[in-house]
Design a protein around this ligand. Structure first.
Ligand SMILES: Cc1ncc(C[n+]2csc(CCOP(=O)(O)OP(=O)(O)O)c2C)c(N)n1
Ligand SMILES: [Mg+2]
Length: 579
């Protein structure tokens, strides 16, 4: 069998559902082979995107909502280099994206001719691992290893560069076992001595808090964490990436933390005496970035499957390397059933958190005749009862989704947290809808972000997806405007769109349905109408461009230091970096 056929055959045997790739990325021979032998397969449905960046965000969105690897297949030229933003986006959020770069074209080999590129070199820093396959004998095993590596341990991105020789040569098809990947061990349970140390810290803490990140979602640790936290009366707050990982109505839940997180959640972390961090990496966006003043009275337990995240930003007193769900159960089992936290102490702790909440609650306030984005997102959350998969772009709207959309379930909040990739939302929502066809999927996009990948309408429409796009039109790069308002003395530069296109017409020109909403009075009814219309529907919501996202951690300040409105003084000091 030719290497080319082995390539597709291995992916088919791995039950890969979708191959995301732009048109013409296969080349003639691969196209013909695919058409003849695999186009009727139950697996390997080709999803043709507009660009390779689009394909990689689609595969990423698919991976995040399903927990399975998302697969991109592209040719060895600019087709592959265009996936770099997608790889970096996915890798920073621990999403399982695998890009296969195949030397499909007829007249190329690994010599230095037109369009021959060092993909392994280029992708080294944006992948968990990458491979160069030179020999047909390594092909099937490497494909299997790549898929396996992407979803196990701390998930991440893999690039596999496959040479023309490997695709052209012939060999018998084998589906080799990958039980032992040399040098690769995935931790599950934490070491006993670390568990014992953590147990002691938990049993003696007066003001503990769980600081939960995306690792809770990935490890499917929600139920175990609910049991643990409710039994031991430990409040649970989440980072941006953790949203959906703990239900909003659980009595232990304390909102979310970070730059635009809730005041009371940030205060709870800052004033706690034990931070139990699970599957988060103490990013500057979730801690304020003043690492040496983080939770000054607290011991820190850090549970993570990736040892390299430990002691990176924050000094950790008790690291536990392991899978979140397994370690939570271990801790739960290791704390004697007779143990009960001191009731008076815990009551005081929860009362204090409630008091902080009452001073600055998160309430959407619609005043005036122009729609506030916060109100629009709050309305979306109420209409869908927090149960939709919501995929966002990057900017103010992204933060309002985090603040006002009450995510009920894990794998439902899909956002580019680590890299903050504008243009992620629409293609990732397409991948998400393909991965979870029965669930309601919403793309909530900023007008700036949307313009970065709106060509992907063709994929959404051609595949007849029942996908709803909420386009937040503030005529601005709103987040840039917010920072220029706060930190650049309202010296506005390039944040307003001199030309903002007619999105309703653009959607229609691709065959999607679309309409505009510009009055708060009609907002709810119009959204419901859009939801009950089948197919790709773009709802353009015209919003107040002067609304700002509050509260906001004071740049260069600690987690107890937040701005609540335009009258709060901005501290002197260097202007922070936004992007
Ligand atoms: C590809 C890319 N370019 C630039 C940035 C920097 N950036 C962050 S938010 C933002 C503005 C986003 O505008 P829009 O999508 O309209 O969202 P809004 O803030 O208006 O809700 C920019 C330019 C980025 N994160 N990604
Ligand atoms: Mg905007």
């Amino acid at each position: 069998m030719k290497g080319l056929e082995i390539f597709f055959k291995t992916l088919e045997k791995e039950k890969v559902e979708f191959l995301f790739s732009p048109p013409n990325s296969f080349g003639r021979t691969a196209d013909e082979l695919f058409e003849k032998k695999f186009s009727k397969s139950k697996y390997l449905e080709r999803i043709v995107s507009g660009t390779e960046q689009g394909a990689s965000h689609m595969a990423d969105g698919y991976a995040r909502v399903t927990g399975k690897p998302g697969v991109v297949v592209c040719d060895s030229d600019t087709s592959a280099t265009n996936t770099i933003t997608g790889l970096q986006t996915a890798n920073m959020d621990s999403a399982s994206l695998v890009v296969f770069v195949c030397h499909f074209s007829e007249d190329k080999d690994l010599t230095n001719i037109f369009e021959t590129i060092d993909h392994v070199g280029i992708s080294r820093s944006c992948t968990k691992h990458n491979f160069l396959v030179k020999k047909i004998d390594d092909l099937s095993r490497t494909i299997r290893e790549a898929l396996h590596l992407s979803v196990t341990g701390r998930p991440g991105t893999i690039l596999v560069d496959i040479s023309k020789e490997a695709l052209d040569d012939s060999a018998n098809f084998k589906f080799p076992s990958i039980d032992n990947i040399s040098g690769y061990k995935v931790p599950t349970f934490g070491p006993k001595k670390d568990i014992q140390k953590a147990v002691k810290l938990i049993m003696s803490a007066k003001r503990p808090i769980v600081f939960g990140g995306g690792g809770i979602v990935i490890s499917e640790a929600t139920k175990a964490l609910q049991k643990f936290a409710n039994r031991l009366k430990i409040p649970v707050t989440l980072t941006l990436m953790g949203l959906g990982g703990y239900p909003p109505d659980d009595p232990m839940r304390v909102s979310w933390i970070g730059m635009h997180g809730s005041y009371f959640a940030n205060m709870a972390v800052h004033n706690s005496d034990l931070v139990i961090c699970i599957g988060a990496r103490f990013d500057d966006r979730s801690t304020g970035g003043v690492f040496d003043k983080f939770a000054p009275d607290a011991n820190v337990i850090h549970i993570d499957i990736d040892p390299s995240t430990i002691n990176k930003n924050i000094k950790v007193h008790c690291p536990v390397v392991g899978d979140a769900k397994s370690v939570i159960s271990q801790l739960d089992e290791s704390i004697p059933l007779t143990f009960k936290p001191d009731k008076a102490e815990r009551d005081e702790w929860f009362t204090q958190i409630k008091e902080w909440e009452s001073t600055h609650p998160t309430v959407a306030n619609q005043k005036g005749k122009v729609i506030k984005t916060s109100y629009a997102i709050d309305t979306l959350s109420k209409i869908t009862k927090g149960k939709a998969v919501v995929v966002t772009d990057v900017g103010q709207h992204q933060m309002w989704v985090a603040q006002y959309y009450q995510f009920e379930n894990p794998r439902n909040q899909i956002t580019s947290g680590g890299l903050g990739t504008m243009g992620f939302g629409f293609p990732a929502a397409i991948g998400a809808k393909l991965g979870r066809p029965k669930d309601m999927v919403l793309a909530v996009c900023g007008d700036g972000s949307f313009q970065m990948n709106m060509q992907e309408f063709s994929t959404a429409v051609e595949n007849n997806l029942d996908l709803k796009i909420i386009l937040i039109n503030n005529g601005h790069h709103g987040m840039v405007r917010q920072w220029q308002t706060l930190f650049f003395n309202k010296n506005y530069s390039c944040c307003k769109f001199d030309l903002n296109p007619d999105y309703v017409k653009i959607a229609k020109s691709y065959g999607a349905k679309s309409f505009k909403i510009d009055s708060p009075k009609h907002l709810e009814a119009s959204i419901k109408e859009g939801f009950s219309t089948k197919g790709v529907v773009l709802m353009e919501i015209v919003v107040d461009h002067t609304e700002m996202v509050y509260p906001m951690l004071t740049p260069g300040g600690t987690m107890d230091n937040m701005l609540f409105g335009p009258d709060d003084p901005i501290p002197a000091g260097p202007v922070p970096d936004m992007s």
